[in-house]
Design a protein. Structure first.
Length: 130
């Protein structure tokens, strides 16, 4: 199951529809705080966190650290409208984590999610310079 966290309703709805149309079960949240509640309720059944990096309150990377403390096997895909280099430099984004740049295509999102869930090495994920 995928936990999708995005504060922009339109982006969240689009990403959810893309993932569901490709066979994924998706829970979604508009904030990091809501995501923590959903995660606690569905403990053990969430395989992947797909989260915006910058959100009011709790950032995507901070959310991932909190959730991964309870579930060390949790995987993550970050999404953001900012370039990877900017995110890494200004906001401390871990560049080793898969990243999809907004605006993204359905294929970009689905292929990154599939690769992460399959455990394939993402040496150059979508949005990250090679």
């Amino acid at each position: 199951m995928v936990l999708l966290v995005e504060d922009e309703a339109g982006v969240r709805e689009l990403a959810r529809r893309i993932l569901e149309d490709n066979g994924y079960r998706v829970l979604d949240a508009a904030s990091g705080q809501d995501a923590e509640l959903i995660f606690a309720k569905h403990r053990g059944s969430i395989d992947l966190l797909v989260t915006d990096v910058l959100m009011p309150g709790l950032s995507g990377p901070d959310l991932f650290l909190r959730l991964a403390a309870d579930d060390p096997g949790l995987k993550v895909v970050y999404i953001s409208g900012y370039a990877t280099e900017t995110m890494a430099r200004q906001f401390g984004l871990d560049r080793s984590r898969p990243y999809v740049q907004k605006p993204f295509t359905a294929n970009q999102l689905v292929s990154t999610v599939r690769s992460v869930l399959d455990g394939r090495d993402l040496a150059s994920p979508v949005g990250r310079p090679a």
